[in-house]
Structure formats: C-alpha cells, structure tokens
Design a protein around this ligand. Structure first.
Ligand code: CU
Length: 247
C-alpha cells in the first residue's frame, strides 16, 4: 500500500475508534416554545413488593459509622406502591431533532459510601461531575456498553472528577470497586426528555414538542415498560406505569 494510503487508513481507523472526546457540537433544531406541552405521570407497582435489604458494610467501619443503624440498599424504594428512583424517558418520537447540550453539570455525590443520587440522567456530551463527600477513597467505575468506560479515583474528601458519555444508553452501571455495595445508575440520552421519579413515584417532562411518543420506564428491580403518549399543542399529557415485582 502506498504510504499516503496507509496514512489515510490509519487516520480513518483512529477516527472510527474515537478517543472519548466530546463530539463536535451540532446546531440544535429550533423548537417553538409557544406550542410545547408536558408529559407527567406516576410509576406504581402492582402486588406484593419484597422488603428492601440492608447494606452489608462488611469490614468497612468508616462507612458504617457514618450512619445511624441499618441502611437500606436503595434498589427498591417503594412507598404505598409508589416507585421512587425509576427512570422515565422519551424512547421514540422526536425524529431527527438535535438538542443543545446543557452547560450545567449533573452532580453525583458519594456520601456515607452511597451514591447520591443513586439514579441520575444526563445528555450525551453533558458533563457529569462525581464528587467525593467522604473522607476516604472511592473510585467511580462506569461501564457503558456503547461508549468508553471510565474508572476514576477520588482519593479524598472534596475530590471531584468529570466525565462525559458519548452515546445514548439506558442504563449505564456505575460502581465503586472498593465498596461492593456501591451501585449507581446513569441514564444517557441525546435529548432532554427524561426524569427520575420522586418519593411519590411522580415525574414531569417539560417543554415537549407536540407529537406522538413512546415513553419508557426503567427500574433496576422492577424492569422496563413502554407506553404511547400524545402531546397536543400546549397540552398536558398524563400517564401511568404499573410495574410488577418479580416473584
Ligand atoms: Cu467507594
């Protein structure tokens, strides 16, 4: 192969592999905010729900000592059938619209050897800032399937590291390799229409262009589900997801 062709091939390979750098900014599609509406709703669970376990801190007394008594694992927070920490997002229907990447970082703390929040969302290319609120070493190990993994060390209280995820993925698992119970989840989308349910299982997506959408929910223990929802001009669509606990 001539040298110039070899160089071109090497360049093409380098571009194809990527290096985790932020993709070039694309011009956002204009949205007519006078016609946008909302999608609101609630995530509930039908039938009996297993009792959430408690964290086994093992020999990590410096983690256990930050809490008064047993600490729930956090993977199944349900109050009267209302599901907290479910991730709700528009899965389909936005067409080829391009959305601006928010300049505000998503911040996730590590406090008492737990991720706070446990479930979070970010846009592709948005800064996600992991902060260490504990006076001990944590690492943050994210393992997306479609983007580069990251594994950053946060050796002391107040330390922080920022990452970005290159491709949409629901959900990305985030763990600390030192403390095996530490589990976080990051939902990454190429648009801003996602939310994590509150203690009442509620969520609201705002400024949604009129249209027909597939709305999806993800929960780490209760699985996934989709539903169809229509947003009329200035409309307020209301929906409800009913999940079932595995027997
Ligand atoms: Cu840790």
């Amino acid at each position: 192969m001539p040298r110039s062709r070899a160089a071109l091939a090497a360049l093409a390979l380098a571009v194809a592999c990527g290096d985790g750098a932020a993709p070039p900014a694309r011009t956002p599609t204009p949205i007519d905010h006078t016609t946008t509406g909302t999608i609101a709703g609630q995530v509930v669970v039908d039938g009996p729900v297993p009792v959430m376990g408690t964290v086994n801190f093992g020999s990590f007394g410096e983690c256990a000592s930050q809490h008064d008594g047993p600490v729930p694992t956090g993977d199944l927070v349900v109050h009267d059938g209302k599901v907290e920490n479910a991730f709700v997002y528009v899965q389909n229907g936005l067409g080829d619209r391009v959305f601006a990447i928010p300049t505000t970082p998503v911040e996730i703390d590590q406090k008492g050897c737990l991720y706070a929040p446990r479930v979070a969302g970010a846009q592709v290319g948005q800064t996600v800032r992991y902060v260490n609120g504990d006076a001990l070493l944590h690492n943050v190990h994210g393992t997306p399937k479609d983007s580069s993994a990251w594994n950053v060390s946060l050796p002391r209280q107040g330390a922080e590291r920022e990452i970005r995820v290159d491709h949409a993925e629901v959900m990305v698992s985030v763990r600390c390799d030192l403390h095996p119970w530490m589990q976080g989840w990051l939902g990454v989308l190429d648009h801003p229409y996602f939310a994590v349910t509150d203690a009442e299982g509620r969520f609201t997506l705002r400024d949604v262009p009129p249209g027909d959408y597939t709305l999806a929910v993800w929960h780490e223990r209760l699985g996934t589900k989709t539903t169809r929802v229509t947003v009329t001009p200035k409309g307020a669509a209301e929906t409800r997801f009913t999940l079932t606990a595995a027997r």
